[in-house]
Design a protein around this ligand. Sequence first.
Ligand code: SF4
Length: 328
Amino acid sequence: MGKIIGFTTTIPFEILFAGGYIPCDLNNIFITDSEPMHFIEKAEMDGFHKSMCNWIKGIYGVLMEKDIDSVIAVMEGDCSNTQALAEILQFKGIHVIPFSYPYDRDRDVIRREIDKLMGIFGVDYEKLKTTESEIEDVREILRKIDRMTWDDNLVTGYENHLWLVRSSDMLGDYRMYHRMAKEFIDEARKRRPIDGVRIGFIGVPPIVTGLYEFIEDIGGHVVYNETQRQFSMPFKESDIVERYRTYTYPYGIFSRLHDIKTEIKKRDIKGIIHYVQAFCYRVMEDVILRQTLDCPILTIEGELPRPLDARLRLRLEAFIEMLRGQEG
Ligand code: SF4
């Protein structure tokens, strides 16, 4: 079995697989734990302030508890807190490998970052090509799952979220993930189509639990998960540099806007839920989104990995009701 390499957000994991390592998205370990709060409590006991993003605390807590001693930290293109987190991790004895997405999407800089990772993990382009083509087969299946969400209406928004958000590391075994996804599709094909108000979900993946299930219960159908879909690399790009250049998430709001607008139209989305995380700098992007998207927007904020509270439920109900009224 290969060595586990953790990472703080999506990175070119093809390189890790090609080198015989096991990629591990630390966010997924945190949020899929049966008791994610204990990671946050560990971070706070070690001095992380209450008024800090809980995703960051969750990542830290996971690393303090699990047997992962090497982490790729995305210093540019993800989170304004990562540099400080990386320093704390280094201080705690974890091997930190920095990786950056340049804000201006400069091809040469991305290539240099990718080459650097390839050097560290002992991967050449020939080895990488074979792995990339196998991973592309998995991504093709994930595109089908996404299409079955918005076009065939056979896959729920929550299932779509799960399949796409976990594609950032494919559970550390892309062949197994491929098999699981194929079995899921075979089962989903037998269902009856979902009929609900068509919702787009944008922003970072939510920390609160039960959000998708509640939206479905009150008659919404989430047909677009912006960031999760980006994690799955929904575009067919055979060149690794171009693939991670086309990926929108690390390059700021303007790179994301084009994707969001295109998908609103294509998926016939009636309303957008913009999820923001408490104490995250990305909250400010709401200003631009509200002035540029031609679609009703509800902005909701989550803080802890706990079930939806009554206030959020009421706001979601009122939003879906309003959209239903507009449909006539
Ligand atoms: S939600 Fe915002 S502050 Fe928290 S880890 Fe993500 S980018 Fe950073």
